[in-house]
Design a protein around this ligand. Structure first.
Ligand SMILES: Nc1ncnc2c1ncn2[C@@H]1O[C@H](COP(=O)(O)OP(=O)(O)O)[C@@H](O)[C@H]1O
Ligand SMILES: [Mg+2]
Length: 252
């Protein structure tokens, strides 16, 4: 087991966004977290990645308590994430964006940023990730000029540049066309194999993507785990279909 959460609760004032969530993720798993808007998916990702401390409960990554330790320290331990809303710097080129991620992975701080172009290791690391994600030919293009699908890809690639052991993705394909979604997922899975990623956890709304790629699906509803099972078992869970998946997926 690589990641384990026990009894996570998160209160925002009186409001309980997560109410006793427990889960485990094993070596080699691709786990999807699904649920309607407001179910607590992003809150859960924020807690699992150390960005937000839980009100109570624990998160263990590689047998170490990591709740609330912060995403920078967690990245150094081998956990990376991407965000629901792409967080790229619009004026940086593709390569510069990846270089910035590599610099943070190497832990040299941002002072080096001005002399990035001269740093061979940073250059090589960034280029390697660009190639892994099919972005090498457009490495000098400013991020803002990329189509939405490639912006998402660059965001995911930046997380990979941290050379993580596990990765958590908050809606890696949101806001892109169905065709682009599949391309992003194929690239992501191929890149994961190449770097030997140990687990992927994603929040995803698109049920075609969820069912095509997941080993296991965790359905959240109103801050609680409604179901945690293999895709086939999820599809026969009427409560999950009624509250999360809806008629479209249930009928076809
Ligand atoms: N920082 C916050 N302060 C107050 N309420 C929040 C905060 N973040 C999330 N919430 C509330 O917690 C609930 C779960 O939010 P979120 O985790 O973003 O859901 P999801 O990602 O499943 O759509 C929502 O009702 C949201 O309004
Ligand atoms: Mg969310």
């Amino acid at each position: 087991m690589i990641l384990r959460a026990d009894g996570l609760r998160k209160l925002y004032g009186e409001f309980c966004a997560l109410d006793g969530v427990s889960l485990t993720v094993d070596q080699g798993e691709f786990v999807s977290i699904i649920g309607p808007n407001g179910a607590g998916k992003s809150t859960l990702i924020n807690i699992l990645t150390g960005m937000t401390p839980p009100s109570s409960g624990s998160v263990r990554f590689k047998d170490r308590e990591v709740a609330g330790i912060g995403s920078v320290r967690l990245a150094r331990l081998g956990m990376a994430r991407s965000f629901q809303l792409v967080q790229i710097f619009p004026d940086l080129t593709v390569l510069e964006t990846l270089q910035a991620a590599v610099v943070s992975r190497l832990g040299r701080g941002t002072r080096l940023f001005t002399s990035l172009a001269r740093d061979r290791e940073v250059q090589a690391g960034a280029l390697e990730v660009a190639e892994l994600f099919g972005l090498a030919e457009r490495r000098h293009v400013p991020a803002r000029q990329l189509p939405q699908g490639d912006k998402k890809l660059l965001d995911v690639a930046s997380a990979f540049a941290l050379r993580p052991e596990i990765i958590l993705l908050d809606e890696p394909t949101s806001g892109v066309s169905t065709a682009d979604k599949t391309a992003i997922m194929e690239t992501l899975v191929a890149a994961s194999r190449r770097i030997g990623l140990r687990a992927i956890i994603q929040v995803e709304h698109d049920m075609d993507i969820v069912f095509a790629y997941s080993d296991r699906i965790i359905a959240l509803h109103q801050g609680k785990v409604l179901a945690d099972a293999a895709p086939a078992a999820i599809l026969s869970n009427q409560r999950v279909i009624d509250t999360v998946i809806g008629r479209r997926a249930a009928t076809g």
